[in-house]
Design a protein around this ligand. Structure first.
Ligand code: ZN
Length: 134
């Protein structure tokens, strides 16, 4: 059995419920869903995160996420879609095989934004901007 749980899903040693598949990606239902229909999209070539994945594979994952978003909207009649892509422990990544969460959203589904909306100060924006561009 593969050490990586998602590679295990790819080689068939771990069962999954496939939603979409193409040459470079697989999408399947998350077994720990935020809401019913929560789907994960992964590249078939193992990459730990956004820093190690090659650009072509990341684009393939993004294209599949769009297809899955359209499929979920058409089939489940959801009111919206939220997409998350988390990296490393500090970024809430729990499986070290890059994945995109495609979450069907329904009016009144009670999911909460992970951050509070608050205006930045001009000074903090300027400081961040300077650091990023330096
Ligand atoms: Zn893997």
């Amino acid at each position: 059995m593969a050490e990586c749980i998602f590679c295990g899903i790819l080689d068939g040693s771990i069962p999954s419920r496939k939603v979409y598949e193409d040459e470079e990606t697989l999408a399947f239902l998350d077994v720990f869903p935020a809401v019913s229909g929560h789907t994960l999209v992964i590249p078939k070539k193992h990459s730990a995160d956004i820093h190690s994945i090659d650009e072509r594979s990341f684009v393939a994952v993004a294209k599949s996420a769009k297809k899955v978003a359209d499929i979920l909207t058409a089939k489940l009649g959801c009111d919206g879609i939220s997409i998350f892509q988390m990296n490393r422990e500090a970024g809430w990544q729990t499986v070290s095989h890059l994945h995109m969460h495609v979450i069907p959203r329904f009016n009144g589904d009670n999911l909460q934004k992970p951050w509070k909306v608050a205006s930045a100060t001009e000074e903090s924006l300027e400081t961040s901007h300077r650091r990023i561009l330096s």
